[in-house]
Design a protein around this ligand. Structure first.
Ligand code: M6R
Length: 592
């Protein structure tokens, strides 16, 4: 949801550095890009479109000055046009601002500022910020005080970076409910929406809290609380390397990240001791409540089957965006588990806030130091490394492993850990099916609708397969509990609708096969996922993706998702879509 960068460099042009950093944030939005630098005047280059295209036309790195700000946009207010691209300026073009978030009361502020004589050039909510700063600077405030006064007017969420021609050696940043980090390099200082954007320059990171402000200048970094008092903050050293945020020879981040999954899972498995330590601190809970969105919600659904199966604890899974609407019976015997790879998803953070100490909270997170890690009572890091592709892949399997480890530790059934040790090998075998999956993708790429079906542990896998297909191929897809088809959606099945049946060996297998027969009887083409020894599925399915392992469905969710990710990836590429940047989406959803 928009990415912002600000920097002050030492004896170095800022624009090429800003361009390089903002490219790493393109996963957050790709409707437009813009850079502003300041020396004696503020110079801005910006336009709608992806960074490479805009750069080709505008030479974004050709701007003077050793400090500046940059932005990639995920449009909320106003179409993705040049006028609506950030940075936005005041009436005199002496202040420039980039913003991530939503200003809920921007209409009232804008109307008032227009009455006071301000002239607006865009349809965005953001543009009120430079005009407010202008108003307060005109009253005699410096950039920092004027920014503090400006954000005092704002309702909603923001991470901003502001510069002014009048103070050419200063970048002021502030945050509320949108992520903002500070990077401390060698006489170079940064602010950014996330750490991977600036890793090439520094791995020393400070995490800002809501209502804190940061002032970058030639002299260094100053962080202040909402009253303007200087505060000391911990500097974290991030162990991600810049190479982790590169494509490494793959055509897309998504493909690279799909292939990194066996390693990702191995890294998550190493967290076992940390998880044991957390579980030792737990009291006895009598209810688990997962909250999450999207792919993380699907991981949570697997959690329900596990926790109820292994520990017999009643477990609910609630979409984070719905959490505030159900009368949550939370008490000290409930453990709320928030699953979020980014740790910055607004809906999930809101749910954590709503818990408000009524229950214990645990966050299962990828991004170290992200907001969720500071909101929750306990944190489990999943450690697959940074995920850049918008479609979650390696973070999903790592989330699953963390949930398995947690459930196993809480159940005391440690003998089950052995089963997890083989999963990376099963995943490698699944990745070897890539050529077969490419052929299947070619065969079905023009379908208009897809169904993904499964039962038990395979039901969330089917939902995740459908979500991947929707988001990166734009094909309509439904993930359905196989047994529920006959209660309505069977009416949609005909010979134009491919049905992907996730049918590993186990308790649900036989019934899933009956559902396969039902859809076949209505003309559907079936793509089966199951054991290489499953002669029935092999004979029923038109296309079969075989798994040589014989592991039970309870442990199948981690590697069975891989062919579904690859299927979506290849259909996306065959349709000429960039799977790393699907339309209308962003990696990190920081608006509710
Ligand atoms: O960062 P989070 O795990 O909280 O993100 C939640 C969803 O936005 C995310 O899983 C989304 O559904 C995926 N990008 C889909 O691939």
């Amino acid at each position: 949801m928009c990415g912002i960068i600000g920097c002050i460099l030492y004896n170095k042009k800022a624009a090429p550095v800003l361009l390089n950093c903002v490219k790493k944030l393109e996963y957050r939005g790709y409707d437009s890009v813009g850079i502003a630098t300041s020396s004696s005047i503020i110079k801005i280059k910006k336009d709608s479109g992806k960074i490479d295209d805009v750069h080709e036309n505008l030479n974004l790195d050709d701007l003077p000055g050793d400090m500046g700000i940059a932005h990639v946009r995920w449009a909320t207010h106003g179409l993705p046009t040049k006028e609506n691209s950030h940075p936005h300026t005041d009436c005199k073009n002496k202040i420039a601002v980039v913003h991530n978030g939503i200003i809920e009361n921007y209409k009232e502020i804008r109307d008032q500022l227009i009455k006071e004589g301000h002239q607006f050039k865009s349809e965005t909510d953001t543009e009120v910020i430079p005009h407010l700063i202008e108003k307060y600077m005109d009253m005699g405030n410096d950039l920092e005080s004027a920014t503090r006064l400006a954000i005092g007017n704002i309702e909603g969420s923001y991470a901003i970076a502001a510069i002014s021609r009048d103070e050419p050696n200063k970048v002021v940043g502030a945050r509320k409910e949108s992520p903002l980090i500070v990077g401390k390099g060698n006489r170079e200082y940064f602010i950014a929406s996330d750490a991977p954007a600036i890793l090439e320059h520094t791995n020393k990171i400070i995490y800002l809290e809501d209502h804190e402000m940061v002032i970058l200048s030639d002299e260094g970094i100053e962080i202040k609380d909402s009253d303007g008092n200087v505060i000391k903050k911990e500097i974290f050293t991030i162990d991600w390397t810049p190479d982790m945020a590169k494509k490494g020879g793959y055509d897309h981040f998504m493909l690279k990240e799909i292939h990194e999954q066996p390693e990702a899972v191995k890294n998550t498995l190493k967290e076992i001791n940390e998880i044991k330590k957390i579980v030792q601190k737990f009291k006895k809970f009598n209810r688990i409540c997962f909250v999450a969105c999207g792919t993380s919600y699907h991981a949570s659904l697997i959690g329900k089957y596990l926790f109820e199966g292994l520990i017999a604890i009643p477990t609910d899974v609630i979409l984070a965006s719905e959490f505030g609407y159900s009368a949550e019976a939370l008490d000290e015997n409930t453990l709320v588990i928030a699953i979020t790879q980014s740790g910055e998803t607004a809906d999930t953070l809101k749910a954590l806030k709503l818990v408000n100490h009524k229950a214990k909270t645990l966050a299962i997170v990828n991004v170290v130091g992200s907001t969720a890690t500071r909101e929750a009572d306990y944190v489990i890091y999943i450690r697959p490394g940074p995920e850049i592709g918008v479609a979650a892949t390696k973070t999903y399997v790592s989330q699953l492993v963390a949930i398995y480890l947690l459930a196993i530790c809480m159940s005391g059934k440690e003998e089950l850990l052995e089963k997890l040790q083989n999963i990376p090998d099963y995943m490698r075998n699944a990745l070897e099916k890539e050529d077969l999956i490419k052929e299947i993708a070619m065969k079905y790429k023009d379908a208009k609708d897809f169904f993904f079906i499964g039962r038990g542990f395979s039901y969330p896998t089917a939902m995740e397969g459908a979500l991947k297909l929707k988001e990166i191929t734009y094909i309509h897809a439904e993930g359905y509990a196989a047994g529920e088809l006959k209660h309505g959606p069977l009416a949609l099945i005909d010979d134009d609708v491919p049905v992907v049946a996730v049918a590993p060996p186990g308790k649900s297998h036989e019934k899933t096969l009956s559902n396969v027969e039902e859809v076949k009887a209505r003309g559907a083409h079936v793509i089966g996922l199951g054991s290489s020894e499953d002669e029935v599925l092999k004979s029923e399915a038109h296309d079969m993706i075989e798994f040589e392992d014989k592991i039970d469905e309870m442990f199948s969710s981690i590697h069975y998702v891989i062919p579904l990710q690859l299927l979506s990836y290849y259909i996306s590429v065959m349709k000429g879509i960039d799977p790393d940047h699907p339309k209308n989406l962003a990696k990190c959803v920081t608006v509710e």
